[in-house]
Design a binder for this molecule. Structure first.
Ligand SMILES: [Zn+2]
Length: 286
């Protein structure tokens, strides 16, 4: 953003600024999740797996389609960086940019996490979020953003010449390599922009800069998802802890995050099927 413009504003600058915005992607025609079905299936679930993600590290987990997974804050306020892939094809992965374009900068109950092109279908639907009360605060901050990318050692090196190895990018890379057997170099390109679970972020009104502030999450808070397709997930417990100060060092207090996977009650999802891939014909006008 230019802070000292080289060009003078035109005579009608105020009028141009006063134009009413329109929503880029009205979502009235988006296929709606059947929340009643999901919430019904959520009653009587059975826990089938759990993974405790250590602080400043990441772990992978698998969630079959039609199952639920819950991420819970334990021991202290902690932010998590979430990656999702289709279980049998890492090419289909969470597309935070389009999720943001469709649902807004922060997501909560009823919003969906979409996969990239050419699939562009829901990978997961948020069915519960104990922080949905937070809304948008006086600074423009909100929880669970799809605007941040993930903390990474390259940006740290760019800004301050550091070699820090426990940024979320590296944590996710190690976890994916360990789960899949890929080398670190082969696993790294599959790591992608995240859902910032429990992170409180926004953009400053004055400069448009991405800001973070201490997360309002407390032990016991959770966000829960319905898996629309077979998923491989990876969650990093960010070295920023509650992300109230910094996120690319060992200085912030950090806590584990718990991932639990639940199977629905038998028969609870009768008639339900995973969403189909996008129907664009892919001829691109040729
Ligand atoms: Zn991080």
């Amino acid at each position: 953003m230019t802070r000292n413009p080289a060009f003078h504003p035109p005579a009608d600058a105020d009028a141009r600024r006063a134009v009413t915005p329109v929503i880029c992607y009205p979502v009235e025609t988006l296929p709606k999740p059947d929340m009643a079905l999901y919430l019904g299936a959520r009653d009587g679930v059975r826990k089938v797996d759990e993974v405790l993600v250590p602080p400043r590290d990441a772990r992978c987990f698998r969630v079959p389609a039609g199952h639920f997974f819950r991420i819970t804050s334990v021991d202290g306020p902690q932010v998590g960086d979430l990656n999702l892939w289709r279980a049998d094809d890492l090419g289909e992965r969470f597309y935070s940019g389009k999720t943001r374009a469709l649902h807004g900068s922060h997501v909560s109950t009823g919003d969906r996490l979409w996969s990239g092109l050419p699939w562009l279908r829901p990978m997961a639907t948020i069915v519960a979020d104990t922080l949905e009360w937070y809304g948008i605060d006086e600074f423009g901050g909100a929880v669970h953003d799809v605007i941040g990318t993930r903390c990474d050692p390259y940006t740290g090196n760019l800004l301050s010449g550091t070699q820090y190895h426990h940024c979320c990018h590296s944590n996710l890379t190690r976890a994916l390599a360990e789960m899949t057997g890929l080398s670190l170099l082969d696993a790294e390109p599959h790591v992608h922009d995240v859902l910032n679970v429990f992170m409180c972020t926004g953009f400053t009104r004055e400069t448009g800069q991405y800001f973070m502030k201490a997360s309002p999450v407390r032990p016991g808070d959770f966000i829960e998802f319905f898996a629309e397709i077979d998923l491989l997930g990876a969650l990093s417990a960010c070295p920023g802890g509650d992300c109230g100060a910094e996120h690319s060092s060992d200085s912030a207090p950090c806590f584990p995050l718990l991932v639990e996977v639940f199977a629905p009650a038998p028969g609870a999802l009768d008639g339900w099927a995973s969403p189909e891939v996008n129907r664009y014909d892919r001829s691109h006008g040729v």
